[in-house]
Ligand binder design. Structure first.
Ligand code: HAM
Length: 405
């Protein structure tokens, strides 16, 4: 038997209903913050991703050449494409622009629990608000979305400014290397790397910085640093809104486009893959041929949200099954159409089988059945049956929608 590709999943109706419900709750919250939903293509020109991250990123993506020899990639995340779309379609819109999205993303990863090759992100991007208030809004929105989704999580908020201040004298490549090692918390390698660069004294500062839990402690480690006031203002807004978070100045984030504020969230009940959200402020527009445009945003791992939050209790409108004998077939289709126009979910028998077999099937799929046989056709009525209790009534067609309700 053929199987689905590695790292992908099938979603049966039950699961889809659960996902749609949570998507809807998250969309509603994003809407309440003034964010509008957008969609970009599933595949983009490879360049969109290699321009910032280099050719190395190709190993982590699904890339292919189309029949015209164009180098394309399935999107590994949403942000780059959203910024491309902004430049292509929406440069002239009044700023700030508030967009949200729910996208399937593709990464060539080693699949494991909570880590897939096709997964969904609910993300938001705030374009053109280079302020502490903008950074704070994005974090507050993320918190609101995760709460609406029913996840129990903890948020860690950080800023790259103090770390960059410590690493000021390093060249760009060394800086990247050091930050990547710090991100992985590979302390032995970090120490060796700093020795290589001739700056062993930075090790103690960096390891002290990632222990800081307040901005005052950070100032003690690295003195005043550029961006400090903005960071203080942002944290002040978050505190004024009683947001629950902890300060973590050791957050680096894997993607290399972040410039200032960075944050991550972790679900309380997931295993190793418990990071449920990541985001921060970044600049990408100038790399894509546009004007430098400060932006910030985040991506929520939607699949992880679903696992973490567990079953949703769904309110479903009941389904009515229509059963009939051969003489009642056309009337049955007529009745189904009438009920659907009234907004009543209706399924009709499609197989050649007796009323007994139809009833048996209906009792597995629907709480109510409508039976239409020769007598009902002649008298312009139907028999409406409650499949749980067995009670039944005969009613006129005109009265049926009311009776079903
Ligand atoms: P990211 O941290 O790479 O950020 O991904 C965001 C979230 O997507 C992660 O926290 C995780 O929950 C989920 N995720 C990532 N990879 C997988 C996977 N293989 N399987 C399941 N879930 C996964 C970004 O993608 C940035 N674009 C976020 C952003 C938006 N930054 C600014 N704006």
């Amino acid at each position: 038997m053929l199987q689905k590709p590695r790292g992908t999943r099938d979603f049966l109706p039950e699961e889809m209903e659960q996902r749609r419900e949570i998507e809807m709750r998250m969309r509603r919250v994003a809407g309440l913050f003034g964010y509008h939903e957008v969609l970009t293509p599933t595949f983009e020109n490879q360049e969109l991703y290699t321009i910032k991250s280099g050719e190395g990123i190709i190993g982590e993506m699904y890339t292919f050449e189309d029949k015209g020899g164009r180098k394309l990639a399935l999107r590994p995340e949403g942000t780059a494409a959203i910024l491309r779309m902004y430049l292509n379609e929406a440069k002239v819109l009044p700023k700030p622009i508030r967009w949200c999205y729910l996208l399937d993303c593709y990464r060539y990863e080693r699949p494991q629990k909570g880590r897939y090759r096709q997964f969904w992100q609910f993300g938001s991007e705030l374009i053109g608000a280079d302020t502490a208030a903008g950074d704070a809004e994005i974090i507050l929105l993320a918190d609101g979305l995760l709460r609406a989704a029913g996840v129990r999580f903890s948020l860690q908020v950080g800023h790259l400014a103090p770390m960059k201040h410590i690493l000021l004298d390093l060249g760009e490549e060394d800086k990247k290397r050091v930050m990547a090692l710090l991100d992985k918390r590979s302390f032995d390698e970090l120490e060796a790397c700093l020795n290589d660069t001739g700056k062993p004294e930075l090790y103690d500062k960096l390891t002290a910085l990632i222990e800081c839990t307040t901005i005052d402690e950070a100032k003690e480690v690295c003195g005043d640093f550029p961006g400090m006031e903005r960071m203080e203002e942002m944290l002040g807004i978050l505190d004024s809104q009683k947001l629950e978070y902890s300060l973590n100045l050791g957050i680096v984030r894997g993607l290399d486009y972040y410039t200032g504020m960075v944050f991550e969230g972790f679900a309380e009940n997931l295993g190793a893959e418990n990071q449920i959200i990541g985001g921060g402020s970044y600049r990408l527009a100038h790399l894509f041929g546009g004007e430098d445009t400060p932006s910030c945003g985040f991506g929520i791992g939607f699949d992880r949200v679903m696992v973490s939050r567990g079953e949703v209790e769904l309110k479903r409108d009941p389904l009515v099954a229509i059963l009939y004998t051969q003489e009642g077939q056309k009337r049955a289709f007529e009745v189904a159409g009438m009920l659907r126009r009234e907004g009543i979910r209706t399924e009709i028998n499609l197989l050649d089988r007796g009323v007994g077999a139809q009833m048996k099937h209906a009792s597995r799929t629907a709480p109510y059945a409508i039976l239409i046989g020769k007598n009902e056709v002649e008298s312009g009525t139907v028999t409406l049956k409650n499949l749980a209790s067995g009670d039944q009534v005969e009613c006129k067609l005109d009265d049926l929608p009311g009776e079903v309700r």
